[in-house]
Ligand binder design. Sequence first.
Ligand code: COA
Length: 255
Amino acid sequence: MPYATVNGASIYYVSQGNAGVPVVFVHGAGGSHLIWWHQVRALQGMARAVAIDLPGHGKSDPPGRTSVDAYAGAVAGLLDALALERAVIVGHSMGGAIAQTLALTHPDRVAGLGLVGTGARLRVLPAILDGIVVPDQFEATVRLIVDNSYVALDPLMRQRAEAELAACSPQVTHDDFAACNAFDVMPRLGEIGVPTLVVCGRQDRMTPVKYSEFLAAHIARARLTLVDDAGHYVMIEKPAPVSDALAGFIPLVHA
Ligand code: COA
């Protein structure tokens, strides 16, 4: 199993393919690399596709971090550990905040951005932020997050979505949401000069389409793909259109 050592801690990642520009996938609050399985498989013929577990998540060592900047520092450390000089950073939700931050703080390391179900400001519903750390509200808060994150869920998908969130420590998930709540680079998007693909489910309630339209309007080299019949976890609900959009975008980053 592949692990990289970043600041003395093990960071888990999966890596498929070795052609072209590396693409590093970053999950969101309380998540893991598992959300990207379709995209990693779809891109492996055209890129080295790497999906990571952030510190404190999945199979990576604790601790989690308490700010988007600190997570961006950990991802930069992972790029060093994997000897990836430049990569396309694809992030979902908080992962998209981390990707934007890397583009602002380490522009030399970022060849392009994929911003999936995210925004330049990520205020969080108080019921989510506060409820996730209260033991007797944890299950109800997980259900609230899942209810707000998908358009339609069959029982198996619901079970998987709830299990994925429940696998992360409530404190880490809370700290992730608090990091999102404090994140705001709306005035700074003009500083991002790399090619950027923005993807959003048309029914996303956690990071509404308006957020993606804002990203696409203010990042100079951005293109926007809206996906029908999908919510916040667009890469899970409609994996093929998201993978297709990435497959169409990655070759532009080489140019
Ligand atoms: N891109 C573009 N516009 C944005 C934005 C973004 N990333 N983030 C906020 N805005 C806009 C809002 O649409 C709003 O515009 P309006 O005044 O024209 O309606 C304004 O900026 C202020 O919004 P916000 O900062 O979100 O504060 P709020 O007090 O209006 O709402 C919440 C707070 C939590 C109710 C709201 O952010 C929300 O519903 N969030 C989605 C649910 C959630 O918890 N998501 C988790 C994300 S990790």
